[in-house]
Design a protein around this ligand. Sequence first.
Ligand SMILES: NC(=O)C1=CN([C@@H]2O[C@H](COP(=O)(O)OP(=O)(O)OC[C@H]3O[C@@H](n4cnc5c(N)ncnc54)[C@H](O)[C@@H]3O)[C@@H](O)[C@H]2O)C=CC1
Ligand SMILES: Cc1cc2nc3c(=O)[nH]c(=O)nc-3n(C[C@H](O)[C@H](O)[C@H](O)COP(=O)(O)O)c2cc1C
Length: 173
Amino acid sequence: MLAMKTPEPMPVEVSRDAFRNAMSVLAAAVNVVTTDGPAGRAGFTATAVCSVSDEPPSLLVCLNRNASVYDTFCANGHLCVNTLTSGQQALSNLFGGKSSMQERFATAEWSTECTGAPLLDDALINFDCRITNRVAAGSHDILICEVVAVRQQADGEGLVYFQRGYCNATSRA
Ligand SMILES: NC(=O)C1=CN([C@@H]2O[C@H](COP(=O)(O)OP(=O)(O)OC[C@H]3O[C@@H](n4cnc5c(N)ncnc54)[C@H](O)[C@@H]3O)[C@@H](O)[C@H]2O)C=CC1
Ligand SMILES: Cc1cc2nc3c(=O)[nH]c(=O)nc-3n(C[C@H](O)[C@H](O)[C@H](O)COP(=O)(O)O)c2cc1C
């Protein structure tokens, strides 16, 4: 009779650094996510954005609960995902840094559509959204967002974050 071999124990923990190093090679589009309303205007840079469903059209944004903008997004209840072009690295650094909201918004042109969230002029695309659900997951909240308007303006190269730096996404020839 064959003896059953005891399986090797599975590794139980991946360190924060190991996880971040691994995540650094998942290339991602760069977005500036904005809101405005009774709680005020706010925005931050986000790569943790992805499509959820097309009926209803919806996407998700992962927002750190310790971010300075967290309360403002929750209170306003709507947001715009502004996907950046290759020429907008400086804006990504500004909205991903520690500057005031006034400084973040001062260097670009904005308009509004349905929700009142600021749409970045010259973005690759703008998704104007209502936040329909919030799910806590570790340090972040997953914001489930129904897309109520889409505005496509620029026909340029996309901005991609990869290995802790920026590269350009060009259209196929
Ligand atoms: N999802 C997030 O909250 C992200 C936060 N960041 C923040 O931007 C700064 C610079 O980031 P990097 O230059 O890429 O170097 P890094 O070593 O801090 O991050 C490498 C990768 O790990 C992931 N990551 C980083 N922080 C995370 C977090 N708190 N929760 C979940 N995933 C996270 C992202 O995919 C990131 O590209 C850091 O302060 C980082 O926390 C950057 C990317 C995503
Ligand atoms: C390239 C890049 C991507 C980021 N992606 C996210 C993200 O998906 N979710 C998030 O909560 N923070 C993300 N951040 C961090 C926020 O942009 C950052 O916490 C915020 O703008 C500055 O923090 P503060 O407003 O709390 O001072 C990212 C930062 C960078 C530079």
